[in-house]
Design a protein around this ligand. Structure first.
Ligand code: HAM
Length: 420
């Protein structure tokens, strides 16, 4: 019979590697929880129009990479390619912004889907942990998010990442720059698709990775020279606050990002050990997104960090997270009566909060001890008929190899004392 495999561009998270993903998600979430961000979860799919309008028709994400489909009921939906539009949609729908407690600070963790050409670090199903601070225009909020992402990466032991920072201007100054850039681009020799992109979102042409395009872009007008005074002052304040926190960054005026909703602050976290898919996270301010999806003006800022790429970054730096074994005690029972008694003891240990596992499947001593070793447990409890007749079990320390009988009634206390 035919067997099945994970779809192209996807992979399964399986033990023992899967614990790393949990640890990374937890490490990114911890500083957010500690900074006033509340947890939000939204559906895996949304009305396709939310992303078309929010993320932008001209982006690769919407025009080429979206898993869009019609349901049997005739709804036009899409698997979410990113989290920001969904989170803002949910906040608006629940009127979180009307409760007088702006900014609304939210964090999330989940799966996202993009029909991309798969390669190392680029998948069709991937996971992000993200944060959005909705409804406040305050450079300290932009700085907070950059500082928290830095803290998250550092808590994992990562060192070889860089923070790229830019400002994309606002609705006052960006249109002036846009026009100047468009008129510059119209004088270049570009392919049809790029010409079309130049018409819809000329800033994204600056992001073109092809060398023949980059060559022609030398001498293009720089956004820096067009920023209005308000945007300049805002950006300076973000830079000052991030610097004061001791977080290093690089100014990168080429940083445009692949989503259309950004205004003012944009940033990206890149890791130097990942090859071409080097962005481990990114974000920025999106002051106009709420209005784009039918809400009131709600200036906001956020980021999303890629869990898959963060795990790759850990591997690139050779970082062992030192995750302790999940099981502390492993019970090996020899014979029917011992099985019954020890199974009861395992239940008791678990109820007492001790991570315990049991040798299932009626294996002999040798096979069971192999299981005990594999589990990584510090202690093994072994009992056969003779032990039970004496009212004891053998408690073995897997590190020292020492073994001693312990009265059955004292087992839970003895285990706790040894593990303490
Ligand atoms: P993004 O830059 O598209 O931003 O994605 C953020 C991160 O998700 C990337 O830096 C990368 O680590 C990871 N990622 C994206 N695509 C893939 C893929 N195909 N395979 C593996 N990892 C991937 C956003 O999604 C914005 N919503 C971030 C944001 C939040 N901006 C404001 N608030």
């Amino acid at each position: 019979m035919a067997t099945f495999q994970a779809p192209k561009g996807t992979y399964d998270l399986i033990p023992p590697v899967s614990v790393k993903y949990l640890a990374v998600r937890e490490a990114i979430a911890a500083p957010l929880r500690n900074s006033g961000y509340g947890y939000i979860e939204t559906p895996g799919f949304e009305d396709v129009g939310l992303f078309a309008r929010g993320v932008g028709e001209s982006t690769d994400i919407v025009s080429k990479e979206m898993y869009a489909f019609e349901t049997k009921g005739g709804d036009q939906l899409a698997l979410r390619p990113e989290g920001t539009a969904s989170v803002l949609r949910a906040a608006l729908e629940a009127s979180l912004h009307k409760k007088g407690n702006l900014p609304v600070k939210l964090w999330y963790s989940g799966s996202y889907y993009r029909y991309e050409k798969p390669q190392k670090g680029r998948y069709r199903h991937f996971s992000q942990v993200g944060a959005e601070a909705i409804g406040a225009e305050d450079p300290a909020l932009d700085a907070e998010l950059i500082i928290l992402a830095d803290q998250a990466y550092r808590s994992l032991g990562l060192r070889n990442f860089r923070i790229l920072l830019n400002s994309l201007g606002d609705k006052e100054c960006r249109p002036v720059y846009r026009e100047a850039l468009q008129s510059f681009l119209s004088g270049l020799d570009l392919d049809e698709e790029t010409v079309r992109r130049a018409e819809i979102n000329p800033l994204r042409v600056l992001d073109d990775k092809r060398t023949d395009v980059q060559k022609q872009l030398v001498g293009a007008p720089a956004l820096r020279d067009y920023l209005c005074d308000a945007c300049k002052a805002y950006h300076e304040e973000v830079r000052t606050l991030v610097t004061a926190a001791g977080v290093a960054f690089e100014d990168d005026e080429k940083l445009v990002r692949g989503l259309d909703y950004y205004t003012r602050t944009t940033f990206e976290f890149v890791h130097d050990g990942l090859g071409s898919q080097s962005a481990v996270g990114g974000g920025g301010r999106y002051d106009g997104l709420s209005e784009m999806i039918g809400g009131p003006a709600l200036p906001s800022v956020g980021w999303a960090l890629g869990v898959d790429r963060t795990v790759l970054a850990l591997e690139a730096e050779g970082i062992d997270l030192g995750i302790p074994a999940a099981t502390s005690v492993f019970a090996v029972a020899l014979g029917e009566e011992a099985r019954r008694v020890l199974f009861g003891k395992v239940t008791e240990l678990r109820r007492a909060g001790v991570a315990a596992d049991f040798s299932y499947g009626g294996k002999g001593l040798k096979g069971s001890m192999k299981d005990a070793n594999r589990s990584g447990a510090r202690l093994t409890v072994v009992a056969g008929e003779r032990d039970l007749a004496e009212g004891v079990v053998q408690l073995k320390d897997m590190e020292s190899g020492e073994q001693a009988p312990v009265a059955l009634a004292d087992l839970v206390d003895a285990v706790r004392a040894r593990l303490a």
